[in-house]
Write a protein that binds this ligand. Sequence first.
Ligand code: T46
Length: 143
Amino acid sequence: MIKKIKVKNSGLIKLKFFNDFPDGNLVIGEAKKTVPFEIKRVYFINNLFNKKAIRGLHAHKTLEQIIFCINGRFQLTLDDGKVKQKIRLDDPYTGIRLGPKLWHTMTRFSSDCVILVLASDYYKENDYIRDYHEFLKYVKSKK
Ligand code: T46
């Protein structure tokens, strides 16, 4: 269970859900309500059979995203240039805000893990910072 987010440009997003036991749960996220931006892109990551898989290892300059683990579990490591935090994501109803200038890395995936991401913009490679030293410089320059 995630208690508190300590890094900058992040936070917890709680989705509303209806428990229709024994007929399943219905889970809802609404743009500019539960999700604090207009959603322009949705993607998911599955087939995480490689126990040593590492994803992320970058930050974004302007993109806003919310990341959910809608099945299984994984470890999300966040780094705002000063503070680092490791979060175990295993609750499909709670997402983590990945705001700009936040280095993020995903590891320790269960093989049934499914990651869902809601993004505020289309894919733009020039919004990525993929070099950690460049990231630290960028964070300092934008203070
Ligand atoms: C992020 C984390 C949480 C596209 O062409 N369109 C897309 O919308 C995305 C997301 C990716 N791609 C291409 C770019 C790469 O050639 O798909 C390939 C894999 O992307 P990447 O290595 O960036 O994947 P991850 O899992 O490291 O990162 C992804 C998102 O790219 C990123 O924005 O924040 O998930």
